[in-house]
Write a protein that binds this ligand. Structure first.
Ligand code: FAD
Ligand code: NAD
Length: 490
């Protein structure tokens, strides 16, 4: 069997692909990829989902237009056309990236197979090819969790990996889960006109977000699609006729968990709905692919949830100590599972590979996130409760601005948008922000910038002009609503 000796070996072609900088032009690099080249974000994650979000927003715009006195109608949604537009672009980028790595670069070898670690800086591919490297990076990502439910293997059951490539738009989608993926797809399918039933174990959607925003979003989602809170899927069966295009029947009942006494638990277990659906989407979290690379067998330290343990320089730990020349980045090691975090870590690792005597730390203090659902959500930093626990509730000041109470909100007749900022009342330091509504992911970036560069709330509000009457005045007003010390003004 062949053994390749490399200066750098990378497992995973998502964020890992960006590590091959010009520095490696005269050095030997191996990159292994078991699936589609380019990883999750490009092929089945951020990019295609957001390319569906836009047509979904357009398709549901008649509802908003009617509020403003414009009568519009969505004539039709061309799912195959939308799908093919999205994937003709994406598949071409993936194929070109693969070709470039496999054929155009003499110093890079692409191994299109699953590989498993045989040591700290070596691995073996499925066909027996061995790779021994001076430095190795594990950028193996994560994959959807599949629950152990009867019928889970039916062809109508999908994950985010497959649901965007359906041959036709489903009439009715049943979505299991209340997190990011579930809430984004619920918004997409409902916007495009599919009936959506979202089955959630807890009492709120997106429970990881600020409690107020999560409660407001749960209420908004319930107005747009059928949200079954406190429920679980007990089984999925192929429908015997009745459901168009060979769908399924899904048994959904209240969660037995949390029922106080056994009689109530028994009642809950007995009650169940049988819900027909064309497609079931499972979206209950993602597990790190550390098992696929054989991280435990190679002696690498793992967190309880399967993530590889790294230090602040992204060096992998084994027996508590960092392993020289072995790094991990992205979903396989990060608690965030966000592409902008994986990209940042890849930039840090790229530097550290090239400068082993001058290591850089990855910075995780101010990590924003957005959920591109309907309505859109965004967050950064601490919630009010977390801030209270951190600095004492008496030092926390919070202001919430409704979009509907600003000039742009009047123009939109907005009734959903809110922007909340949490700060330290002693010095105006911004601790967090939580937003829901139109363009929430863009609006929050101003706060991300203030937090990243240490601009206090009053300086952010009054140290610059805010264009009037732009939507961004929502953020200005939230900043002005905080009880913080006032400094110089523009
Ligand atoms: C539906 C969806 C929507 C998302 N939307 C957003 C968003 O809007 N914004 C955002 O910030 N994040 C989003 N994310 C999260 C984002 O996609 C991930 O955080 C990011 O892609 C992780 O990058 P990565 O490089 O760590 O892993 P990946 O891109 O998953 O790359 C890992 C690669 O390693 C390969 N691999 C694994 N094991 C092996 C092995 N043993 N041998 C060889 N190859 C192997 C895998 O096949 C994979 O291609 C979304 C995720 C999903 C699922
Ligand atoms: N816009 C974005 O940035 C974006 C979009 C999609 C995904 N992502 C990333 O991908 C990650 C994974 O997304 P996700 O939505 O799969 O996970 P998630 O962690 O966001 O949500 C998982 C949901 O499933 C529920 N759940 C867990 N186990 C369950 C079970 N056995 N039965 C029923 N429900 C169960 C949880 O309570 C939760 O509501 C996210 O955490 C996020 O970091 C980001």
């Amino acid at each position: 069997m062949r053994t390749i000796t490399a200066d750098l070996a990378i497992i995973g072609s998502g964020s890992g692909n960006s590590l091959i900088t010009p520095f490696w032009d005269d050095r030997r690099v191996v990159i292994a990829e078991r699936g589609v080249f380019g990883g999750t974000c490009l092929n089945a994650g951020c990019i295609p989902t957001k390319m569906y979000v836009r047509p979904a927003a357009l398709a549901r715009s008649p509802e908003e237009a009617a509020r403003l006195g414009v009568a519009m109608r969505t004539e039709a949604v061309d799912w195959p056309g939308i799908r093919d537009r999205i994937f003709s672009r994406i598949d071409a980028i993936s194929a070109a990236g693969e070709r470039y790595r496999a054929e155009d670069l003499d110093n890079v070898e692409l191994i299109s197979q699953e590989v498993r670690l045989t040591g700290a800086r070596s691995f073996v591919a499925a066909d027996g090819t061995r790779v021994e490297a001076e430095q190795l990076v594990i950028a193996a990502g994560s994959r959807p969790v599949i629950p152990d439910i009867p019928g889970i293997g039916l062809p109508q059951v999908h994950t985010s990996d497959t649901v965007m490539r359906l041959a036709e738009q489903p009439g009715r989608v049943l979505i299991i889960g209340g997190g990011y993926v579930a809430s984004e797809f619920a918004g997409i399918f409902a916007g495009l006109g599919s009936e959506v039933v979202q089955v959630v174990r807890g009492e709120r959607l997106l429970r990881g977000l600020d409690a107020e925003i999560s409660a407001r979003f749960t209420a908004e989602a319930g107005r747009r699609w059928d949200v079954r809170l406190g429920c679980e899927v007990r089984g999925i069966e192929a429908a015997r006729g009745g459901v168009a295009r060979g769908g399924v029947t899904v048994e959904v009942g209240p969660t037995a968990r949390g029922a106080g006494d056994p009689a109530e638990a028994a009642d809950r277990a007995g009650a169940a709905d049988r819900i027909p659906a064309d497609v079931v989407l499972v979206a209950i979290g993602r597990i790190p692919n550390s098992d696929l690379v054989g991280a435990a067998a190679a002696g690498l330290d793992l967190h309880a949830d399967g993530r590889i343990v790294v230090d602040e320089f992204q060096r992998v730990r084994s027996g508590g100590a960092p392993v020289t020349g072995l790094y991990a980045l992205g979903d396989v090691s990060s608690p965030h599972q966000l592409k902008h975090v994986a990209n940042h870590e890849a930039r840090v690792v790229a530097h550290n590979l090239e400068h082993p005597d001058d290591l850089r730390r990855s910075r995780q203090e101010v990590v924003p996130a957005a959920v591109f659902s309907d309505p859109e959500l965004a967050q950064v930093g601490l919630t009010e409760r977390e801030a209270g626990a951190r600095i004492g509730a008496e030092h926390v000041t919070v202001a919430t601005q409704r979009t509907g109470d600003t000039a742009y909100g009047w123009a939109m007749e907005d009734s959903t948008g809110v922007f909340t900022i949490v700060a330290d009342r002693r010095d105006g330091r911004i601790l967090g922000a939580h937003a829901m509504g139109y363009q929430a992911s863009n609006l929050i970036q101003v706060v991300v910038m203030a937090m990243s560069f240490g601009i206090d709330a009053h300086a952010a509000a009054r140290g610059q002009y805010w264009i009037h009457p732009a939507l961004m005045e929502v953020v200005e007003n939230a900043l002005l609503g905080l009880d913080v010390p006032r400094g110089p003004e523009l």
